[in-house]
Design a protein around this ligand. Structure first.
Ligand code: TYM
Length: 327
């Protein structure tokens, strides 16, 4: 039986190469064979203060970029989360099935609280419950994500199982799909941290809209060790190993083959080759996204169409939830 796939991305900044290799690439390949529903999760984005104009622009840019990765708009539901009020409604209901203790254990909550110590709001705390609502609303069985979202997925599964334990089989219990390679692309400036679109240091990431010169420069300046051997060893050589992963994914090669190809060449030639490979993957996406953004009316029509289809897809589960809990 065809499974429903759901995933989301926050429009807090232009997505990075990490988002692409860890998640968006998988979104596209899964969309060829399954019913896929993907969301630009703007309500998640407001758990951290956003400038309204910038947020409005980013939502459209991220929508265009995700589409430009190769999704077929006719066969995939791509929509903006805040256009479908059912998310907020189911989130409130599920808040009553999420425990204070388990939410307090979420790594992302702890990290974001440390980063935004002046604004540790309730939304930041219940963020994973909204994420659970996103997934359960569409009966999704599979959720393609990067490594950093694994804990949130476990929580979503626990909430679904807990709810089903009280009311019967209302929710599909979702499974994460995390790629074997590329699940955690690291920062180019500090390979002990993940590549993050909200990193204040732009040297750490490659944005999906960066031009070729910027991409090559970022790769050339990527932090590596003082040796010169292109060898995969994440513990001893995290910077080089990260670049090898990026190169392998962008060229479709195995890590061993990458090591062999650059044997004895030193880091300079390797880093330039990584930059070239990244650009060859991102440049068609960039061009396609620019085309979509050039015609705001046509893009607006796609976004509106996505919202209508998502609303229709969300309605049956929400109705069932209301029925079983007595609303
Ligand atoms: P977000 O916007 O941070 O990231 C979107 C997707 O990209 C993955 N990712 C990475 N993968 C590999 N290496 C990296 N450096 C890297 N950085 C990010 C993320 O794991 C994610 O899959 N809370 C989610 C958005 C969300 C969601 C959902 C996801 C909301 N509702 C429902 C799945 C299902 C987030 O902030 O993703």
């Amino acid at each position: 039986m065809q499974k429903t796939i759901f995933s989301g991305i926050q429009p807090t900044a232009i997505p990075t190469l990490g988002n692409y290799l860890g998640a968006l690439g998988n979104w596209v390949s899964l969309s060829k064979e399954h019913r896929c529903i993907y969301s630009i999760v703007d309500m998640h984005a407001i758990t951290v203060r956003q400038d309204p104009e910038t947020l409005r622009r980013r939502i459209r840019e991220v929508y265009a970029l995700v589409l430009a990765c190769g999704l077929d708009h006719d066969n995939t539901v791509l929509y903006v989360q805040s256009h479908v009020p059912a998310h907020a409604e189911l989130c409130w209901i599920l808040n009553n099935f999420a425990m204070f203790g388990e939410l307090g254990r979420m790594t992302q909550f702890k990290e974001k609280s440390a980063k935004h110590a002046d604004n540790i709001n309730a939304g930041l705390f219940t963020y994973p419950v909204l994420q659970t609502a996103d997934i359960l609303l569409y009966g999704a069985g599979i959720v393609p994500i990067g490594e950093d979202q694994k804990q949130h997925l476990e929580l979503a599964r626990n909430i679904a199982i807990r709810f089903n334990g009280v009311y019967g089989d209302v929710f599909t219990v979702p499974e994460p799909v995390i790629p074997k390679m590329g699940a955690r692309i690291m920062s180019l400036a500090d390979p002990s941290h993940k590549m993050d679109k909200s990193d204040p240091n732009p040297a750490g990431y490659i944005s999906m809209l960066d031009d070729k010169d910027t991409i090559i420069q970022r790769c050339k300046r990527a932090v590596t060790d003082s040796g010169g051997e292109v060898r995969y060893d994440p513990a001893e050589k995290p910077g080089v190993s990260n670049l090898m992963t990026i190169y392998a994914l962008c060229t479709g090669q195995e890590l061993e083959a990458v090591g062999r190809a650059f044997e004895g060449q030193g880091y300079g030639a390797f880093k330039t080759a990584v930059g070239e490979a990244v650009d060859s993957v991102l440049s068609p996406v960039r061009t396609k996204a620019a085309g979509l953004l050039e015609d705001p009316d046509a893009l607006g029509a796609l976004i509106a169409g996505g919202a209508e289809r998502a609303k229709a897809a969300a309605a049956p589960v929400l109705q069932k939830v209301r029925d079983v809990i007595g609303l």
